[in-house]
Design a protein around this ligand. Structure first.
Ligand code: T1G
Length: 692
């Protein structure tokens, strides 16, 4: 069923019913056209009310349909809107909850619109790298004015219906029962003629040319590699300069151009990838979850404090546990300071500040945290320390509490073995700064119970994280891949590049930060500590010694005022370091490597393909469930450019045979063993297939 038809007195009610958000797919469009025609043919019907079942009026065109012919099959969204707008009886849109994209465009084709309070109104197409393609850029300016329409379309940001009450978008805001209000409104206008059409309204804007030029300059400056925002400006401009039908055609041409761009495909991939990540084949969506009403965090340092803020921001009180009062006080003071700064920026009210600070408590006694529903340890990355903590948690935590480790690489199964309740143990790997970075790697142990996993996934959504499930291996998904990336970065500077060239090339590719600036930010000593463990565990794997030489100089990065780069007090700007560059050049000579000119292309190929190849191993081992999960890890945790869709999506766009060919060439070079292709990559390339 994709749309229901019923008659209430002299009003036909057509209800979109295509769960989960009434996406306007072909079958829904067809059912609505049939409903309108049925109502027009029924003399007893004087008016038509169009509404949506469930949790949306409509979330827009069915984006799942985009890559299939049915997206543009008749009746297209344009046809549907024209049938509604051309109806000989009044059509009233009764809007609630969500009215977005094509859903709003359909409502704009109606003669009247009434809305419940709090309905989210948006044209968010730009977030998918496209623009409203069914008249939104031509009709919205006609009812809310040029400036507001442009802001809504270029930002894609929802606006609550009541905030638009004074515009011509809505004829009435319904405070009580929406359907009752809509039926009463329908009765009041059933005989009113002529039927008002948004297309007939003229857009007036004094000094339009100056506004257009200002808009172009502003949007061009903010849109980076994405073509869509600027096209939005041009399409909205057409609502002033062109006749309506010409504007519609102009908009359509721009839409068709954008929907085929790699940037848009990458953004749509990320949209669905984020949602697919929470789907666990052996853990049904209706798996009962445990109630999480309180939390405890072990360790009030940078990570522990950030983790605690996630819970508090979601309304979950947190008790921090530390070993020393001074550390506990410092940790709580840091959180408080963070909220004070947010309040100073006007992003937090005093009331919210008081509420959040009031939800944070602290203790030095394990006994005090026993009743928490979940406890997350964020102590030193050492198995011995984890063992001590988890044995203690096993003693004090109530039955049914979830015992989570924030470990970034260690074996969660081993950690679970320190307790008598391994089924309650799970990895929750937050990324620093934990209250900012969206990624949460959820590490599922062999014994982790399904409801513990389901609860943690639901919790990740509640704390506004992108939860990606990983199996147990050294480094899980992200850090296991970044190890190969870091190895290549080290080899590159031994062979001829310098840190600033590598970072610049990577940042030009679109990464938020290159590997050397990232090391200085995160702390070079963290990688040093992990490498020392790996030198013992995996002596066969070679690394560049440059990073170790750097740490032996105490140059851990921003926290020590010097790292790969030099820093000035109070200034986070990275200045190339003559000392470090000389050390690198001398090291190349010491190891007998003749330095050569290395191209940016080689830098990108070696860094990105090292991620792709390791990811292919992770996929074939079942550590990650799907390629898009790996993309989500890199898009939300490692600053991979969204317009390139993530390492796996990017490799698909390059073409796996081309990736393989480059790797075969690199395998002939220094440390060629690092380029042994993953069997899955070879298989997919041979079959002409893609990761996603
Ligand atoms: N089409 C198909 N599926 C959609 C969808 C859509 N437009 N929007 C959401 N879903 C699915 C989503 O994949 C998930 O599926 C489920 O609904 C719940 O989503 C011509 C061409 C509407 C605010 O960009 O912003 O119209 O994983 O978890 O938090 O101009 O979804 O359960 O199988 O996000 O309550 C423009 C995108 C389309 C809106 C609901 N519209 N969606 O949020 O649920 S292009 C959008 C959202 C367009 C026209 C153009 C949000 C939401 P599953 P959810 P939510």
């Amino acid at each position: 069923m994709t749309a229901e038809y019923q008659v209430n007195g002299a009003v036909a009610i057509i209800t979109l019913n295509n769960p989960p958000v009434n996406g306007l797919g072909l079958s829904t469009r067809t059912a609505v056209v049939e409903g309108v025609r049925k109502a027009l043919a029924d003399d007893a019907v004087k008016a038509i009310v169009l509404t949506g079942a469930g949790k949306a009026f409509s979330g827009g065109a069915d984006i799942k349909e985009f890559n299939s012919p049915s997206a543009f099959a008749e009746p297209s969204l344009h046809t549907l809107i024209n049938v509604v707008e051309g109806a000989s009886k009044p059509v009233i849109a009764a809007i609630h909850t969500v009215c977005m994209g094509g859903g709003l465009e359909l409502a704009l084709g109606c003669h009247y619109r009434v809305a419940a309070i709090g309905a989210q109104i948006a044209l968010p197409e730009v977030k998918l790298g496209i623009l409203p393609g069914a008249g939104g850029t031509q009709r919205l300016p006609r009812v809310v004015g040029l400036e507001l329409a442009l802001n809504m379309i270029v930002s894609g940001t929802p606006v609550a219906s009541e905030k638009l009450a004074k515009t011509a978008l809505f004829n009435k805001i319904i405070e009580g029962d929406l359907m009752e209000g809509a039926l009463a409104f329908a009765a009041s206008i059933a005989d009113a003629r002529p039927l008002p059409k948004v297309r007939d309204i003229k857009v007036d804007y004094p000094n339009y040319e100056a506004f257009l030029q200002f808009s172009r300059n502003t949007v061009k400056a903010m849109s980076g590699p994405y073509p869509a925002p600027l096209k939005c400006v041009e399409a909205v401009a057409a609502s002033v300069t062109k006749k309506f039908d010409d504007g519609i055609k102009f908009e359509r041409d721009l839409f068709i151009e954008l929907v085929q761009t790699t940037e848009s495909k990458a953004l749509r991939h990320a949209f669905f990838g984020e949602r697919a990540a929470s789907k666990i084949p052996d853990v049904p969506a209706d798996t009962p979850v445990r109630s999480i009403k309180s939390a405890a965090v072990i360790g009030a340092g940078t990570m522990g404090g950030g983790i605690a803020m996630n819970f508090v921001n979601a309304g979950i009180p947190v008790m921090l546990l530390e070993t020393k009062q001074e550390a506990l006080d410092k940790g709580i003071a840091t959180i408080r300071k963070n909220y004070e700064n947010t309040m100073k920026k006007g992003k937090l009210t005093q009331e919210k500040f008081d509420q959040r600070v009031g939800m944070i408590s602290g203790t030095l006694n394990y006994a005090d945290i026993g009743q928490a529903d979940i406890v997350v340890e964020a102590v030193f990355e050492d198995m011995g320390v984890k063992e001590t903590v988890f044995k203690k948690l096993d003693e004090v935590m109530k039955q049914g509490a979830i015992l989570a480790s924030n470990t970034s690489t260690l074996d969660v199964d081993q950690i679970a073995s320190f307790t008598k309740r391994p089924q309650d143990v799970i990895g929750t790997h937050f990324f620093s700064p934990a209250n900012v970075m969206k990624l949460l790697e959820i590490v599922r142990g062999k014994a982790t119970a399904k409801d513990v996993l389901a609860t943690t996934l639901a919790l990740s959504k509640k704390i506004k994280k992108t939860g990606v499930v990983s199996g147990v291996c050294d480094g899980f998904i992200g850090n296991r891949m970044i190890e190969q990336y870091s190895r290549q970065a080290g080899f590159l500077i031994e062979e001829g590049a310098l840190p600033e060239q590598v970072d610049k090339a990577v940042e030009k590719f679109g990464f938020a930060m290159g590997p050397f600036r990232m090391g200085d930010l995160a702390g070079n000593d963290i990688g040093w500590y992990i490498r020392k463990r790996r030198y013992l565990e995996k002596p066969e794997i070679t690394y560049s010694k440059t990073a170790d030489l750097l740490c032996e100089l105490g140059r851990y990065g921003q926290k020590t005022g010097a790292g790969w780069y030099d820093y000035k007090a109070g200034d986070r700007k990275a200045y190339p370091s003559a000392l470090v560059n000389d050390m690198i050049i001398k090291h190349s000579a010491d190891i007998g490597v003749e330095r050569r000119k290395i191209s940016d292309q080689e830098i990108i190929e070696r860094l990105v393909y090292s991620l792709v190849n390791e990811a292919a191993h992770i996929l074939e081992e079942g550590i990650a469930m799907r390629a898009s999960d790996i993309d989500m890890v890199y898009l939300t945790g490692y600053g991979f450019p969204v317009f390139r869709g993530g390492p796996m999506f990017y490799a698909d766009t390059v073409g796996l045979p081309n990736v393989l060919m480059t790797m075969e060439k690199l395998a002939k070079g220094r440390h060629g063993d690092a380029w042994k292709p993953a069997p899955l990559l070879v298989k997919l390339a041979a079959e002409g297939k893609t990761f996603n």
